[in-house]
Ligand binder design. Structure first.
Ligand code: FEO
Ligand code: CA
Ligand code: CA
Ligand code: CA
Length: 602
């Protein structure tokens, strides 16, 4: 007999869907707030005071919009948490600075810009589990540090390090850069270092040169072709009005120094983070790692843009005692591949190697550094498959990988392909890849669509789920994902302002990949209104799950009954998680544990 939902491999009672000012977890579990925006993370940090924010305070406090969460155990009840801070939502961060002021940056000041910069980047912090099973931050730990685009010095490795196009007035070596921006998802290496993906870096660059419509005009720029392909400059933030390095009129090469994967050594706060240019430059969503069956490091990373590509990187050398250390040459020498999803269900991974095929000087690539700086232009020439916004990609040790395609409402009917089968896709889909021979380093494999997301009861949506999936279990816009210790898949969602169309909050779902229940999804956790769910990350003992609630009280709150307003600092749609007057909503890391202890969903 076919299995029913009662036979799910995920042992928990499904949470009921909805959306309100608080977070919710399935019965029998605790979901405790561990770290909030503004929480002190060093012994000398001041307490959070939202009415009197300063750059000095923010540089010692937990940053904004926690996205990726990673963890390395120091011992059974103690470890280091690594958290990305992707971006800032000024309208709910700063008193009196509504979103309507952003267009012309009315009310914006250098002081606010500095705080914004300090609230970006990452946090490395030691945490511990008490005898009551509750996790807490050790503010006195030597490991604790903030990483930010305000003042954290970084270096480069790989083919573009020191390249002429990486040199600026402030850095004639092309080897020294300040900070990292828009760190979305990420990954941990097998040797316990922390990878931060630089995603929407284009938005931080400024120009005063605009066309008749007020849009940036880069036609006089020497890097014009590259800038157009990457959307530089986006003019989302005012940073370039105060810092030359974020103004392309003054520093046209600075954007080439962002859009990389950054490696941080969480065990050494004095170690300079490294941007590894061998992994390519694009809007890196994440950087999840695995070791291939022939012992090489493999990193899957999507380029989160409509019609952009899925990539993976394979090291030349094997992972061993000598190479599996921070700063070794392993991550500077390897091959970046881009995916072609063939109509017959096979996949070809196409290498981005200078001198091969079209990647020649005649086509604008003088060397491998050019190929890496202009990864997108190189992948265009190779004939990669344009995807529906590749978000997180998660490999599993058996040669399987899961690719989150979050949505692409701009795909027209004449642009669909087998791997992106829906026009105007509002809710996205998930692809499962099986690499040839179970080897993640393989250059061929097969692929299949695991689920097509959205409401299965609305025919026009064209969703496909296992029919056992309940009204609470289906979701839209998969973004992040994780594999737990039992090899089971978990998905978190980011519907953006689009959630007015589902009525559902973003959340965490257990998605079955095997057997009769393949494609069956169950809701485990719900975000407060306007928040997106990031993380998720399971500890190796499967007893702790870290989740990151991003931008609570913002996305789409004006579209939802009971929340019909643009959120502001003074009038947010929720004051999660403190629910105190005058306290804005705070992006926070939440820790999930089973009541009474034990493995999650087992
Ligand atoms: Fe930062 Fe693609 O999500
Ligand atoms: Ca994301
Ligand atoms: Ca997203
Ligand atoms: Ca977001």
């Amino acid at each position: 007999a076919a299995q029913t939902a009662a036979n799910s491999r995920y042992n928990f009672d499904e949470l009921t869907w909805g959306n309100d000012i608080n977070h919710h977890i399935a019965d029998g579990y605790n979901a405790d707030v561990l770290l909030r925006w503004g929480d002190p993370i060093t012994a000398d940090a001041p307490e959070f005071d939202p009415q009197n924010q300063t750059v000095e305070a923010q540089l010692k406090q937990f940053g904004y919009n926690n996205d990726y969460v990673g963890y390395i155990a120091l011992d059974e009840n103690r470890g280091i948490l690594c958290v990305n801070h992707e971006y800032t939502n000024e309208e709910v961060m700063f008193p009196g600075l509504g979103r309507q002021d952003r267009a012309g940056f009315e009310g914006m000041t250098k002081e606010i810009v500095d705080i914004e910069m300090a609230a970006h980047g990452g946090t490395v912090v030691e945490i511990q589990k008490g005898s009551d099973g509750k996790w807490s931050v050790n503010r006195n730990s030597w490991y604790n540090r903030r990483i930010s685009p305000f003042d954290t010095e970084m270096t480069f490795s790989g083919p573009a390090a020191g390249h002429d196009r990486m040199k600026t007035n402030a850095d004639p070596t092309g080897l020294a850069v300040i900070g990292t921006i828009n760190n979305c998802a990420g990954g941990m290496t097998p040797w316990g270092t922390y990878l931060m993906a630089e995603e929407n870096f284009h938005g931080y660059f400024w120009t005063d040169v605009v066309d008749a419509d007020g849009d940036p005009d880069v036609s006089a720029q020497p890097e014009a072709v590259s800038m157009r392909r990457y959307g530089v400059p986006g003019r989302w933030y005012a940073w370039g009005q105060y810092y030359d390095r974020f103004n392309i009129d003054k520093e046209p090469n600075e954007p080439n120094r962002f859009g990389w994967i950054v490696e941080v050594d969480p065990r050494d706060p004095t170690a300079t983070p490294i941007k590894h240019t061998a992994l390519g430059r694009f809007r890196h969503e994440g950087a999840e790692t695995t070791v291939s069956s022939d012992d090489r490091l493999v990193i899957y990373s999507g380029d989160d843009n409509r019609f952009d590509y899925q990539y993976k990187w394979v090291s030349r050398n094997v992972v061993n005692e000598e190479t599996a250390v921070f700063g070794s040459s392993l991550l500077s020498d390897g091959t970046l591949y881009v995916a072609r999803f063939n109509e017959d269900g096979t996949i070809d991974w196409l290498p981005l190697r200078h001198g091969e095929g079209p990647l020649t000087a005649e086509n604008g690539f003088k060397d491998q550094g050019d190929v890496m700086i202009d990864t997108r232009l190189a992948a265009d020439l190779l004939g990669a498959t344009p995807m529906d916004r590749p978000e997180d990609a998660q490999p599993r040790g058996d040669g399987t990988a899961y690719i989150m395609l979050t949505n692409n409402t701009r795909r027209q009917a004449d642009q669909v392909n087998a791997a992106n089968p829906r026009a105007e896709s509002a809710f996205g889909h998930i692809i499962e890849i099986k690499e040839e021979g179970g080897n993640h380093a393989a250059t061929r494999g097969t692929w299949d669509i695991l689920v097509k997301c959205g409401d299965p009861t609305v025919a026009d949506v064209g969703a496909e789920w296992n029919p056992e999936t309940s009204e609470s279990g289906w979701f839209g816009s998969p973004d992040n994902c994780a594999i737990d210790a039992d090899g089971r898949l978990w998905i978190s969602t980011d519907q953006g302002s689009n959630w007015g169309r589902t009525g559902k909050s973003d959340g965490l779902y257990a998605l079955e990949t095997e057997g009769d229940l393949r494609g069956h999804s169950k809701l485990f956790f719900r975000c407060p209104v306007g928040g997106e769910l990031c993380g998720p990350y399971f500890t190796d003992d499967a007893e702790t799950l870290f989740l990151a609630v991003q931008h609570p009280g913002t996305d789409g709150t004006k579209d939802f009954e009971g929340f019909e307003r643009d959120s502001t600092f003074e009038d947010p749609a929720t004051r999660w998680p403190d629910f105190q007057d005058g306290m804005p909503p705070r992006p926070s890391v939440v820790v999930v544990t089973k009541q009474g202890g034990g493995k999650i969903a087992v």
